[in-house]
Design a protein around this ligand. Structure first.
Ligand code: GLV
Ligand code: MG
Length: 346
């Protein structure tokens, strides 16, 4: 076990000091771009204005013979674009692949001062984070990178879920985690070919009632894993995200999956298709009615203690904290999006 006082020391001489608190950033959607395609790269300056995070994807969905082109394309688009306050992330290849070392070394060397977060796929345990943590510190020192590049893990193997708390607390470089339902389904031998979302056969059936048809309700296949991920992240002050939703034709199901994750504590999701950007924006910005009610609570209990009744509902120190979660998020949304600020009255 590392000594607490060493936990926040840079891992290489000359590397920037790790953050003690994560920078406050709105990250409702992480928008995936395949950077080997010139046509897609050309859209990035426009997309960057519409989303909270642009991610250059180097891993799955990029063909093996396009891995080098994707890396080069990502570096090119990162250099060519002014991202403003939009985050710039990349998803590198997994640690047992032949491409990952060049991904890390070339990207940090070329654009280390522009890159906010590296998304690391197929994380199995804290050892994967420690490896990347040390390597990043060496490269940051070598290239004079001024702020620490953060690590975002994808939770997408059974072993990773077993080790989720250790992953979340592995390093002050940890930014957060995303659920990876496709790889996780395969790793667990779940019997679904869907990328996220429900399954018509995963349901609870109502009791038999004579000859009346029995109703059944689909359950959320991902509830357990999202719950574990949210607790591990919240306990360590890092951010949980729902990951991909693969059926681009079913916007309602995508919205419902995103909303379940939001209500459970997630702060964002991946957008793999332009239609999912608006869904994520809507879902991961708090509901104006909830914000109005939360503001009433905060105003009625200025020091956050005591008990009051508002609209027939009991409020106390704990509900004040719940209200503060909503108000704080609304303020972050309003700071980025003045239209939403007006809707919230902030
Ligand atoms: C994402 O990477 C997934 O496997 O779902
Ligand atoms: Mg995956």
């Amino acid at each position: 076990m590392k000594l607490p006082r060493n936990f926040f020391k840079p891992l290489a001489i000359g590397a920037p000091a790790p953050y003690r608190e994560l920078p406050v950033r709105l990250e409702r959607m992480i928008h995936f771009v395949p950077p080997h395609l010139e046509k897609m790269r050309a859209k990035v300056p426009d997309i960057a204005k519409q989303v909270d995070v642009v991610l250059g994807n180097l891993e799955d969905a990029i063909p093996s013979d396009a891995k080098e082109a994707a890396r080069k394309g990502f570096i090119e688009m990162a250099k060519a674009t002014d991202f403003g306050d939009t985050g710039l992330w990349t998803r590198i290849n997994c640690l047992n692949s032949p491409w990952v070392l060049d991904d890390i070394v070339e990207i940090v060397g070329e654009i280390g001062n522009k890159l906010d977060v590296i998304m690391l796929p197929k994380v199995e345990g804290a050892w994967d984070i420690h490896y990347l943590d040390q390597l990043l510190a060496q490269l940051e020192a070598k290239h004079g990178v001024e702020k620490p590049i953060l690590i975002h893990a994808i939770l997408e193997t059974a072993e990773g879920v077993n080790n989720v708390e250790a992953i979340a607390s592995a390093s002050p470089r940890m930014h957060g985690m995303s659920l990876g339902p496709a790889d996780l389904a395969a790793s667990r031998a779940m019997k679904t070919t869907r990328v996220g979302g429900g399954h018509p056969d995963y349901k609870v059936l109502a009791d038999a009632d004579g000859d009346n048809p029995r109703s059944g309700y689909q359950q959320d296949l991902w509830h357990y894993t999202v719950g574990r991920m949210v607790d591990a992240c919240a306990a360590n002050g890092i951010k949980p995200f729902y990951g991909p939703f693969g059926d681009f034709s079913d916007l309602a199901a995508c919205e419902s999956q995103f909303r379940n994750a939001f209500l459970q504590g997630c702060v964002g999701a991946w957008s793999l298709h332009p239609t999912q950007i608006e869904i994520a924006k809507r879902v991961f910005s708090p509901d104006p009615g909830e914000v109005a009610f939360a503001l009433k609570i905060v105003e009625a209990m200025p020091d956050g203690s005591g008990a009051v009744m508002i609209d027939g509902k009991m409020q106390d120190d704990a509900t004040w904290k719940q209200a503060k979660v909503i108000v704080d998020l609304a303020k972050i949304v309003a700071a980025k999006d003045p239209e939403m600020g007006k809707v919230y009255g902030l």
